[in-house]
Design a binder for this molecule. Structure first.
Ligand code: HEC
Length: 333
């Protein structure tokens, strides 16, 4: 343990010793938006021109990618050891002069993000937007799909006529509904777990995505095969549990609803079927790849939440974040 602490301290000193004034300033501006501790390290060379060109094809944008910056950083979640990673800062490329920042660690998951104004200061009311990727996987440049191509595939799927096409469309829609339930269900589950009462607004917001899933449960059946019955039952279960929240008047009852919700999330996530082996989530991810949707295309409403940002502006920022994400993939150790 002693050695670990010494080693951590040594690394931290090393990193900050190598950070130049610009890197230190950039990290200091971003740090308030990030959960956990962020330390600046040395500025890193950008990938070769050929790699930058591939990033520009997968994530088109107006700003030249050679104006981007990549830094070595160290990040530690609260109560966790620090991990080495990279920070990518990419101009949005519009008149605003703004830049987006994304941070990821060596395990190739995002640690957070930020939006900076023209003068390099944090645009704090966009922290929730920029931080929504924390904990999620960094998409790979190999096989990356443009946001526009993915939007086209989604539109074609939604227009599908036969049962197989409808099943694929309904399966792809699960990801969208999971995205929309994430914030309200997250706050509901945390409160219930501690015996506290969630807000009516969150319960209403969480019901919407599950009603959308329920409406397509029959359509999705050919895609989930033998799992269809449990699939539908898990959605009904979540909706029933959400209905019970209003009447759960004490700590014990709220904790009981929490257990019900958790059970229903698990029932669907651990769904068994003759259509796949292993996890339902992996199957869904492979289906998305097979259909030409890539991993994460930073499409607002599909795999990015506007999170309080005007939709058109959110897509502009998300496009720059896609470039930052692919730069991270190309520069992470
Ligand atoms: C009816 C089935 C079903 C239910 C019920 C369900 N999920 Fe999911 N969930 C999925 C599938 C399928 C995926 C993977 C989608 C994909 O990657 O295309 C997923 C993905 C997720 C993700 C990852 C999203 C991302 O952006 O990576 C989270 C978080 C999540 N679910 C949370 C929950 C929670 C919390 C509950 C319970 C309140 C729940 N889910 C209930 C089917 C379900």
């Amino acid at each position: 343990m002693q050695r670990l602490i010494c080693c951590g301290l040594f690394l931290a000193t090393l990193a900050s010793a190598q950070a130049d004034a610009a890197a230190t300033k950039l990290c200091a501006a971003v740090a308030p938006a990030i959960t956990g501790e962020l330390k600046a390290g040395a500025a890193q060379p950008l990938p070769k021109a050929e790699v930058l060109a591939r990033i520009a094809v997968a994530a088109p944008g107006t700003a030249a990618l050679d104006a981007a910056k990549v830094l070595q950083i160290e990040h530690a979640w609260p109560e966790d050891e620090s991990a080495e990673g990279r920070l990518a800062c990419v101009p949005v490329g519009d008149d605003s002069g703004r830049m987006v920042v994304l941070i990821a660690a060596g395990d190739r998951t995002f640690r957070g993000g930020a939006v900076l104004g023209k003068d390099g200061t944090l645009v704090a009311n966009m922290n929730a937007f920029a931080n929504q990727f924390a904990g999620k996987a960094v998409p790979k440049l190999d096989g990356a799909v443009t946001r526009a191509a993915a939007a086209k595939v989604l539109a074609e799927l939604e227009g599908g006529k036969d049962a197989a096409q409808k099943a694929s469309a309904a399966l792809i829609d699960v990801r969208r509904q999971m995205l929309h339930q994430s914030a309200p269900i997250g706050s509901i589950m945390t409160l219930l777990e501690h015996g506290k009462a969630p807000s009516d607004a969150d319960v209403t917001a969480a019901r919407g995505p599950y009603q959308a899933l329920q409406a397509r449960a029959a359509e999705i059946a050919p895609a989930v095969g033998k799992g269809a019955k449990d699939y539908a039952a898990s959605i009904d279960g979540v909706l029933k549990a959400l209905d019970q929240i209003a009447g759960a008047g004490d700590e014990g009852k709220r904790k009981a609803v929490h257990a019900l919700l958790k059970r229903d999330c698990r029932t669907c996530h651990q769904l068994e079927s003759d259509r796949w082996q292993g996890a339902f989530e992996d199957f869904a991810q492979n289906e998305r790849r097979r259909l030409g949707l890539g991993e994460r295309v930073f499409l607002v409403g599909y795999d990015v939440l506007p999170a309080g940002v005007d939709a058109a502006d959110a897509q502009k920022l998300a496009d720059a974040m896609y470039r930052a994400a692919l730069l991270l993939d190309a520069t992470l150790p």
